[in-house]
Design a protein around this ligand. Sequence first.
Ligand code: MTE
Length: 409
Amino acid sequence: MVTEGAYDGRRLRQWLDGEARGFSRRDLMKLTAAVGAGTALAPDAAAAAPAPGGPIVKPLPPELFRVFGANAEMRWSAMDGQGYLVPVDRFFVRNHTRTPVIDAATWRLHVTGAGLRHGPVELTYADLRRLPAHTVTTPVECAGNGRSFFTTQQGETVSGTAWQLGAIGVARWRGVRLSTVLRHAGLTRHAVDVLPVGLDDNFVTGGVDLGPVRRPLPIRKALHDVLVAYEMNGQPLPPDHGFPVRLIVPHWIGIASIKWLGSIEVADEPLFSPWNTQFYRLFGPGFPAEGQPFDRQVVKSAFELDRDAQLPAGRPVRLRGRSWSASGRIRHVDVSTDGGGRWRRARPVGGSEGAAWQRWELDWRPEPGRHELLARATDVHGNTQPDVAVHNDLGYLFDAVVRHPVVVA
Ligand code: MTE
């Protein structure tokens, strides 16, 4: 399997050597001159500007979401009593600009590029639905999920949307394997990279138009497990999640799963986009000036409770939560109800379909007062959540155990 970190690191070296196409050094200089280096380039910080007409189509009731401009995170209390999947009405939304309105009847998927054997191919929505279907259960998670805890828990400055832990959702996605679409279009053996491009508005930051949201994938990953999805949890994709068609790139950070897919370029040379050069890298002290590419998401855990939730005194409470790791299944989860003094092993609940996440629970007899809950998960590869996450300017990969205050009264 191709790891995102290895691939992105190689492309970064090729880009620095002038061997990768798509985002020139001149563009980068313009952008840096306009908005400053590193931290100012965080795309989700810039996307917080309100768009006329509302950047998100679905209702965002405050009991289900915390809203940040064009983005909305799920409240974890909204998962209490839910099954394995996150229902669409509470699935987080991450938009660089706004949800576009697309008519499936006139929509076309354009497959182009020098890596195709017989030239460009166009597919309609009906064409796609006639190809063999495939279903996968997998999370989409923003690379900055948990970012706000760099500040509130570690006292560090980061830029970008101040997500708590709700910028993740697990859904059952149905569609056509990208390999089926590419083979249907006809690949040459010189195909190197695949560039999916979204149909939402161009992303403009610091007065520089960076073009449509797009991020390349190596052909090996594209042929391995990527899905061109048209259904989410058994329904046609909702507008905010990519209608009519989006990419689902299992195990890679959320930006790889391009929504509102309009075209796919199959190139016979390495490609680059701002979404893997300037955004989604680790910047700051201790990292190289050009930023360090990062690998898949880290291990995290969340309680299905609001922060400062009120719990009843004088009777047992069943604490519930979920843990996840992009590297594989969760082996065990330890929970502390006294701020980290004593730890108990949580009971797993149900299986872990597609290894997307593991549900767990623990019974607790709390005394009245304020308490701090902690959950620490370990995956089958021995990756475990540390006490402190490694700081980086854009606040990615927050993996530390989160301290969750509750009040028992
Ligand atoms: N695709 C397009 N075209 N435009 C976007 O703004 N956001 C990306 C990705 N795909 C985005 C996109 C990011 S950063 C994430 S985390 C996921 O979509 C979020 O998917 P969701 O909104 O369905 O939860």
